[in-house]
Design a protein around this ligand. Structure first.
Ligand code: FES
Length: 234
């Protein structure tokens, strides 16, 4: 979908949503830089190379805010009605790419903001249930206190203590060259609280003041296992 069409669609969904759901508290998309997703050699990432069910990490809209990129391998729900913890309503229009199967979400857990660091990650997507059966299949699960989010329906909460969905990353897909851009967010951003809580740790991992810098032209996509040394499974 081209950028103009995408923005038009977002505007349309905000403007024509059901009155009950969107009353006076509609949450609009927030647009940041139009940032191309690239591989580790800084070549444009091709959607066809994304393995179904694999956890990919990129940083957006800031250099220290990790996001999941997932190929769910099946169509996602269209026009999902969601709410933030404070009651602001919004409509997630679905994934992009073939079958609308490609989705992006902030990887900062909406409960207590557990997030993937270069050392360890307690939060990840799994398309199969865990051996312990703690985790159901096809969810993003945070092993800190077991919040679960359904990535096929806007990362709505399907289990655990989180009170709002993961913040969605707005993606723009170019079907002519199979390339992908991040252009904004939709949902309950937690970036200010995240920077306040993890200031010291983020400075260690990304350099002083670097985590809050907005990403610009490109952002590198890595397999979660390459980005962080240890993935906690529960
Ligand atoms: S921080 Fe993720 S469930 Fe508590």
């Amino acid at each position: 979908m081209q950028r103009r069409e995408f923005i038009k669609m977002c505007a349309a969904t905000a403007a024509f949503a059901a009155p009950d759901a969107f009353a006076a508290k509609d949450l609009k998309p927030r647009f940041y830089s139009r940032t191309q997703l690239v591989d580790e050699q800084e070549r444009p990432l091709k959607i066809a190379r994304l393995v179904v069910g694999e956890n990919y990490i990129f940083h957006y809209p800031f250099e220290g805010t990790p996001c999941f990129l997932l190929n769910l391998g099946k169509p996602t729900v269209r026009d999902m009605q969601l709410k933030t913890e404070t009651g602001s309503a919004y409509q997630w229009s679905g994934g992009v790419g073939p079958n609308n199967a490609i989705v992006g979400y902030s990887a900062i857990c909406a409960h207590r903001m557990s997030y993937p660091t270069p050392q360890i990650s307690f939060i990840s997507y799994r398309d199969k249930s865990s051996a312990s059966k703690v985790m159901r299949p096809n969810v993003i699960h945070c092993c800190s206190e077991h919040s679960e989010y359904d990535p096929a329906s806007g990362a709505r909460v399907v289990g655990g203590p989180a009170l709002q969905p993961l913040c969605a990353i707005l993606l723009e897909y170019n079907s002519k060259n199979d390339e992908l851009y991040a252009i904004g967010t939709l949902g309950g951003e937690m970036f200010n609280a995240f920077f306040a809580k993890f200031d010291f740790k983020l400075a260690l991992d990304y350099g002083s003041g670097m985590a809050k810098r907005q990403v610009a032209v490109r952002t590198v996509v890595k397999d979660l296992l390459q980005f962080c040394k240890q993935q906690v499974k529960c």
